[in-house]
Unconditional design. Sequence first.
Length: 294
Amino acid sequence: MSPTDTLRLLLLSSLWGFSFIFLRVAAPEFGALPLILVRMLLGALLLLPLLWRRDYLQLIRSHAGPLFLLGLTNAALPYTFLALATLRLEAGVTSLINAATPICTALMGAALFATPILRQQVLGLALAFAGVAVLSAGRLDFSAGGDGWFILSALAATLCYGFAGNYSRTRLGHLPTRVLAAGSCATSAVILLLPGVLLWPAEPVSATAWGAAIGLGAVSTAAALLLFFALLSSAGATAASTVTMLVPVSALVWGFLLLQEPITLQVLAGMAITLLGTGIATGVASRRRWRGLA
């Protein structure tokens, strides 16, 4: 990997890690649905100019239904679930649960898309779930004031991503990435428009929360997607996939520095087990691939 691509990778992990900080700051004031509506509207406004060509617009029109489903499962639902989770969970913990997305992708692929789970993935699957169990230990309380439902909300987001990843690969893999990104952003904004407006907060939202919401849409959505596509084009899918391992680390560091979120031994142990399992299951942790990134 070139020095430029290495910088892109580190910057991308920081931008996506920072999204959990933005969620943690803005969700309590906006509420989950209105916040994600702002995120997707702004992301769509910034990305749609990339489609200002007749052939791209024709692809959007001819694939409106599949893009609607992709926008629902890859953005509207999972982003809302993560916003709900950050109402109670620390940004770093939410990002670590979200790091199990590749595991749910493998399970969804096997259950719904006839994609076999490879033998080498079984150990990774077991380790990643063990890591999530460590993170959740002592916190799966579903009574009033407990964290249980918020942990399940974060896990629901990974299931949505798991479906969307398989669906886009098997049904929409022939479309340009900019069509997938901008189209799913726009359709998710449409999906969220009515509930987001109906649930708009009655009290004025502070400038800090607005700043976090704008950062979420402009920086952690539109800019991050463009950076990801540049990395994908320059360094390839293997290098781009390593961002999965770096985002939780970034979120933990930003949460500690900006929100004074504690980094406990339980969190560190859960992070190590979850990321090791994810790395084994996806192949990112293989020695051969890491040599290829040098």
